[in-house]
Design a protein around this ligand. Structure first.
Ligand SMILES: Nc1ncnc2c1ncn2[C@@H]1O[C@H](COP(=O)(O)OP(=O)(O)O)[C@@H](O)[C@H]1O
Ligand SMILES: [Mg+2]
Length: 343
């Protein structure tokens, strides 16, 4: 469901694309999925993908994303080409929102943890390929040494205490017990995190997608034909993107299932055919991923405080992710050892 109401109408799209792209659009169909407002638009010859970004996106963000997509296209990486305006611009601004037009890729995007196994393994290879192409590509860095140093367990515990206070005022909420358990658990883990810091020494950072998962693949029956949506791209620990993408996409991470260490090792092995990792990366992988999971209040905050329209969907996502956190925390040593032995 889009995060914000669209500023576009079918007739606004038609006149915008006529003036800026010289296109005579005959059909406009909004997409149901996606957090941006997305449309499939068609003239008599072709279909296009139009994306109206949420208002938080700036021109600097779009400059970054379009340059990256252009770079990947030039390296023959499978993604959707951006269509320039008649004046050669890569995006437009309309009523304060940024708008991008791309080549339409016909295919299927799978929902969370429904990606067929052969496409899951293919996605690991495509992630490796992306990292090897982006080896020297510069993007702003996150989860770096500065970020690690700035972490204070007492402060995170205090933030969780504030959420617990808000929860107490909503004592008859149907999810009261579950939310309380989860937040108390995450608060307790805040004090474990400083022990993870040593794993960051010597791990690989690289420019990466930033939200690599099944939601961002367009597939035919046999293959992933495009990786799309580079709007979260940053320089990050590559092992974070590897583990997160597996968790978000694999059937073995569905609600209530046990994390499948063997299958995850196959995923990492497939990645290693396309890009290198060092021993430290492999040993650090579960700790780097846990570090982010433990800090995240996503879902709880939206449910309890901002009361976002789709708060029920977000709290279920938060429950699932905290269960994943429990599962990985339990298996972290075994996982680290097994991954380390892949090289
Ligand atoms: N170029 C494209 N051609 C066809 N469908 C696309 C294209 N780009 C994205 N999509 C579809 O639209 C959905 C939302 O697009 P995306 O760029 O991921 O936006 P969001 O920022 O909302 O996640 C994708 O999951 C995919 O199914
Ligand atoms: Mg997306």
């Amino acid at each position: 469901m889009p995060e914000q109401k669209s500023v576009l109408t079918a007739s606004a799209i038609k006149s915008l694309l006529s003036a800026s792209y010289g296109l005579s659009i005959v059909k406009v169909s909004p997409f149901e999925h996606g957090s941006a407002n997305c449309y499939c638009v068609a003239d008599d010859h072709a279909m296009y993908f139009l994306k109206e970004y949420q208002s938080r996106f700036t021109e600097a963000d779009l400059n970054c994303e379009t340059a990256l997509v252009d770079y990947l296209i030039k390296q023959n990486y499978p993604t959707a080409a951006i269509i320039p305006t008649l004046q050669g611009r890569l995006y437009l601004k309309y009523q304060g929102r940024l708008i991008l037009l791309q080549k339409y890729i016909c295919g299927k995007t799978y929902i969370k943890q429904r990606l067929p196994q052969h496409l899951l393994m293919e996605s690991a290879g495509l992630l490796g390929k992306m990292h090897s192409l982006l080896h020297d590509y510069m993007l702003p860095c996150e989860m770096d040494a500065q970020w690690l140093k700035s972490f204070c367990p007492d402060q995170l515990a205090e933030e969780y205490d504030k959420l617990l206070e808000v929860l107490e005022a909503q004592g008859n909420d149907k999810f009261y017990e579950r939310i309380k358990q989860d937040i108390q658990y995450k608060k307790h883990l805040a004090y474990e995190m400083p022990h993870f810091n040593r794993y960051y020494d010597g791990i690989t950072y690289c420019a990466t997608h930033g939200d690599y998962s099944c939601f961002q693949y367009i597939c035919d029956h046999e293959h992933i034909i495009a990786v799309i949506d580079f709007s979260s791209a940053k320089t990050l620990p590559v092992v974070w993107e590897i583990m997160r993408s597996y968790v978000q996409s694999s059937d073995s991470c569905k609600d209530g299932k046990e994390f499948n260490v063997h299958d995850f090792c196959s995923y990492v092995r497939t990645y290693l055919r396309y890009a290198p990792l060092n021993k430290q990366d492999l040993a650090a992988m579960p700790y780097v991923y846990l570090n982010q999971l433990i800090r995240s209040k996503y879902g709880y905050k939206e449910y309890l405080i901002t009361k976002t329209e789709n708060r029920e969907e977000l709290i279920r996502f938060a429950f699932w992710r905290t269960d994943i956190c429990r599962e990985i925390f339990r298996k972290k040593e075994a996982l680290s050892v097994q991954l380390y032995s892949l090289l």
